[in-house]
Design a protein around this ligand. Structure first.
Ligand SMILES: [Mg+2]
Length: 219
């Protein structure tokens, strides 16, 4: 399984929802440095769709939290752990990395809303949450699942996954997402990835009974 890292604030956690729960006095006292309010992280709600998306992705990825705590807010570390336990139970137990140097972590994908604290230099692929390409969890989940089809060449596993997809309404949506990925790879002229993607797309189309050999025929 590939390694997938999640940022917290602005990705899993709705930062603004915590600010909205502060009194006017506290907001005034910490103006310009609201992330230093003691206990603020424990007040925050999850981002829309985040909990469901993480549970879905847990079937496909080896997952970790990769977050930063404000240097001057010493309760942020424990608040973040409490928040994760409250919303995910033991899903991230002993899988939490708090750092200002995200670029030093070795992984395949990082879902993060900002370039700061090493995110833009992450050695794998940075999936920037909240952008036009990845506006919400629905889109991020669709992309990351479509990426898993490039990960292994095990026909048995792949067929099982394809049949599972064929049983659900989302199949066609997933196929569209996957062909988008394929077209993007063609644009990048990454031959190895193109061949792998074309092979898998043909199989997928076949399972759906919509095989179109002219589209991505490679054999
Ligand atoms: Mg963030």
């Amino acid at each position: 399984m590939k390694k997938l890292f999640f940022d917290m604030d602005g990705v899993l956690v709705d930062f603004q929802s915590g600010i909205d729960k502060l009194s006017d006095e506290v907001k005034k006292e910490y103006e310009g440095r609201l992330d230093e309010v003691p206990g603020i992280f424990s007040l925050m709600d999850p981002m829309p769709g985040a909990i469901e998306a993480v549970h879905t992705l847990s079937e496909y990825y080896d997952m970790y939290i990769l977050s930063t705590a404000p240097w001057k807010n010493t309760t942020a570390y424990s608040d973040k752990l409490a928040w994760l336990t409250k919303h995910f139970g033991d899903l991230f137990k002993k899988r939490v990395i708090i750092t200002h140097c995200k670029n030093l972590c070795d992984g395949d994908y990082l879902v993060d809303d900002r370039a700061k604290n090493g995110a833009s230099e992450f050695p794998g692929e940075w999936v920037q949450f909240g952008t036009e390409r990845y506006p919400d969890w629905e889109e991020v989940t669709r992309y990351l699942i479509s990426e898993t089809l490039l990960h292994d060449d095990d026909d048995e596993k792949l067929n099982k996954r394809l049949v599972n997809y064929a049983m659900v309404e989302k199949t066609i949506k997933m196929l569209d997402a996957y062909t988008d990925v394929l077209n993007a790879k063609v644009g990048e002229k990454d031959t190895k990835e193109i061949l792998a993607a074309a092979k898998l797309t043909n199989k997928w189309l076949k399972v759906l009974g919509e095989e179109d050999e002219s589209a991505y025929y490679i054999d």
